[in-house]
Ligand binder design. Structure first.
Ligand code: A2R
Length: 319
């Protein structure tokens, strides 16, 4: 395994940075795509150990050059417009980045001398509307996406299927459910709460936490467990197949907030903010991960309480 080359698209993002750390620890040669304007805060501690290549995935030419130069053994395709609310405001940008960007990657591989194993990051959002009698969600559940982002991820996922079937690309499609941990972007719910708490502790804002829909239930996994899962997916999963990745425990957002509030000594008021409600939201996302677990032996190792503590400490160190 020593010296095998890995390319992570979107290495400067939340998952990309953790995956890069994980792969470096295992002796891999790690390369990653960034854009000229990418913030490098998430990877500055490992920047001298990885190869960074400027590539906009929307640009087929730059994608081709990157694949030809790196000749990767593994690709983790994470680059995306990854935030659901942004996809309501910028649906066209979301669809182009996520769908055309993925197409450019697959075409670049097809036109290269490389034959890498490729993980394509889909999302639990692909399932969208899920009825109570359909829980927990299996890979065979219908896909009823409820946002432009979710639609873009359905297309990404199905392109992965098609490029495997049509051209034999060694693609594994993953659908990770919510994941969180240190470096999670502040618009994401758990990170947003943690940041607000850290700011209030510092006296940077009044002791009021603004929240959206606290009744929604989500299945959270630590990002470091997700990094391990993605690595296992390219080692052990069947090409062309799709795998849910999750913990299998649904927590309502209120309990996530309560857990974080228990970690602070400062008293805070909780205030619901209509701006934070989505035009359409999925009430419960609970996942069945048995297909992935049976295939890979993966188990999440990090307790949710530790994830939240690390996330809050991350923000305490930043604000
Ligand atoms: O926005 P930037 O410049 O910081 O880079 C982001 C990158 N990215 C792109 N890279 C190349 N060409 C593009 N047109 C482009 N648009 C975005 O993707 C960033 O490095 C990465 C996304 O990182 P996050 O937003 O932190 O996403 P996260 O949570 O790491 O999700 C990874 C994957 C995504 O495909 C999600 O849709 C999926 O897992 O859940």
């Amino acid at each position: 395994m020593q010296g095998e080359r890995v390319l992570i698209t979107g290495i400067s993002g939340f998952v990309g940075s953790h995956l890069a750390e994980f792969l470096l620890e295992r002796g891999m040669e790690v390369y990653g795509t960034i854009r000229w304007r990418s913030k490098l805060d998430n990877i500055k501690h490992i920047q001298d150990k990885i190869g960074l290549i400027e590539t906009d995935i929307k640009d087929a030419y730059s994608m081709q050059k990157t694949i030809d130069n790196v000749e990767p053994d593994y690709i983790f395709h994470l680059a995306a417009q990854s935030f659901v609310p942004t996809s309501w405001k910028a649906p066209s940008e979301t669809v182009v980045t996520n769908i055309i960007g993925t197409l450019n990657l697959f075409e670049a591989i097809r036109n290269s001398n490389s034959d890498p194993r490729i993980q394509v990051a889909g999302s639990s959002e692909e399932y969208g509307m899920v009825f109570p009698d359909e829980l927990p969600i299996k890979e065979t559940n219908p896909l009823r996406p409820l946002s432009p982002y979710a639609v873009s991820k359905v297309a990404t996922d199905l392109l992965g299927y098609q490029y495997h079937q049509s051209y034999g690309l060694k693609i594994v499609r993953t659908r990770a459910f919510n994941h969180t941990g240190p470096r999670r972007g502040e618009p994401f719910v758990s990170s947003n709460f943690a940041k607000q708490i850290a700011e209030i502790e510092r006296g940077l804002k009044p002791p009021v936490i603004h929240v959206g829909n606290l009744n929604a239930q989500r299945d959270f996994t630590d990002v470091r467990d997700i990094a391990n899962a993605y690595w296992l997916s390219v080692q052990k999963c069947e090409f062309g197949e799709v795998y849910n990745i999750c913990t299998g425990v649904a927590r309502n957002i209120r309990s996530v907030l309560d857990l974080l509030l228990d970690m602070t000594d400062v008293k805070m008021e909780v205030k619901q903010d209509p701006e934070r409600m989505r035009p359409s939201d999925v009430e419960i996302l609970l996942c069945d991960c048995s297909k992935f677990r049976q295939r890979t032996g993966w188990e999440p190792k990090i307790a949710f309480e530790d994830t939240m503590k690390d996330l809050l400490d991350y923000w305490r160190g930043l604000v």
